[in-house]
Ligand binder design. Structure first.
Ligand code: COA
Length: 331
């Protein structure tokens, strides 16, 4: 038994913020941002929320999968920027799309969130508990960004992506002889390095504390440490997943990586000795949308027909936690 992605969808806010717009806010330049990150513009919410973006992405994924909302068994939303602590975003999405039968909950593994949600759904579907799931990565990071900090505000964007996954009971053999579905996964975490990329929410405060601690509500990052972590850990975990599946780098058609920085992606390609043309990218238009980057990219490449049936994909996420992982699947 395996699982297959049978529909993808995405939703981005209307407003485009270019590097030139950021030049008006902080001391930076389009040239610096493009050279160091590969980002030219990003989408920023002017009212769209994590749940409304997620719901739109889900509706598109369901439409592609030719399913109705009342057929959905499970909704998993990966987010680190929900509007509300309670109820969780997945329950809001359930209500917005009318998936009354579904169980729904959120999961937070920052930029690895979509990947970890996919792997969680894989476990649920493999054990037969559910037959299908809507997996979502949705973020409105613009509210977590300190817009006076040029070290971070240039990196992030808002958006949502979703995938509909179904249990694949019989074998689905593709034209090239590969069996469609998830083949293997690897995921890891390093909580000891949590401080290199963090965002406080509510420090301890209650009626029994005389002095409440005040926290910094914005994203704080040691960019160089994150860079070092990503360029070392991502190729290592992709290799680990491929080894588990007894596959080689050359057996992979597409490496769909978390879009944090073009230089990180180039470095991963180099370390794996893989052609950079096999690493789809959209970071120049959307920036780093944390958990939403992988599903948005997947949807864009799927809808444009660049991913074909029988293609083997490696999805790999990394980010705050620190968290990292890779999943191998045949489309
Ligand atoms: N515009 C212009 N100059 C900037 C700047 C900006 N937006 N941000 C920082 N600088 C300056 C710094 O102040 C520093 O100046 P100094 O040399 O006078 O002190 C100089 O540029 C170099 O800064 P540094 O932080 O060393 O740059 P870098 O090459 O490490 O690039 C990042 C910074 C953030 C682009 C890079 O570290 C990175 O991409 N890290 C990974 C971040 C990431 O992906 N996070 C999310 C993971 S999920």
């Amino acid at each position: 038994m395996t699982i297959r992605i049978t529909g993808t969808g995405s939703a981005l806010p209307e407003k485009i913020v270019t590097n030139f717009d950021l030049q008006e806010l902080v001391e930076t330049s389009d040239e610096w941002i493009q050279k160091r990150t590969g980002i030219a513009e990003r989408r920023i919410s002017t009212g769209e929320t994590v749940s409304t973006l997620a719901a739109r992405a889900c509706e598109r994924a369901l439409e592609m999968a030719k399913k109705t909302a009342d057929e959905v068994d499970l909704i998993l939303v990966a987010t680190c920027s929900p509007e509300q602590l309670l109820p969780c975003c997945a329950c809001q999405v359930q209500d917005l799309i009318g998936a009354a039968r579904a169980a729904a909950f959120d999961l937070n593994a920052a930029c690895s969130g979509f990947l970890f949600a996919l792997n969680t759904a894989y476990a649920y579907l493999q054990t037969g508990i559910y037959r299908n799931a809507l997996i979502v990565g949705s973020e409105v990071l613009s509210k977590l960004v300190d817009w006076s900090d040029r070290g971070t505000c240039i990196l992030f964007g808002d958006g949502a992506g979703a995938a509909f996954v179904e249990a694949s009971v019989g074998e689905v053999l593709r034209g090239n002889g590969r069996k469609a579905g998830m083949e293997c996964l690897f995921q890891g975490s390093d909580g000891a390095k949590g401080a290199v990329l963090s965002c406080e929410e509510r420090p301890v405060a209650n009626a029994f504390l005389s002095t409440a601690k005040t926290g910094n509500p914005y994203i704080q990052m040691d960019g160089q440490e994150v860079y070092k972590f990503a360029t070392k850990q991502v190729p290592a975990c992709i290799q680990e997943a491929l080894d588990k599946a007894k596959l080689a780098v050359d057996d992979v058609d597409w490496f769909v990586l978390h879009q944090a920085n073009v230089r990180i992606i180039e470095s991963v390609a180099k370390r794996l000795r893989a052609d950079i043309a096999r690493f789809p990218m959209n970071i120049n238009r959307v920036g780093n949308m944390s958990s939403a980057t992988i599903p948005v990219l997947l949807d864009e490449w799927n809808r444009s027909g660049r991913i074909k049936e029988g293609d083997r994909l490696v999805l790999s996420g990394f980010g705050a936690g620190l968290t990292y992982g890779a999943s191998v699947l045949v489309w």
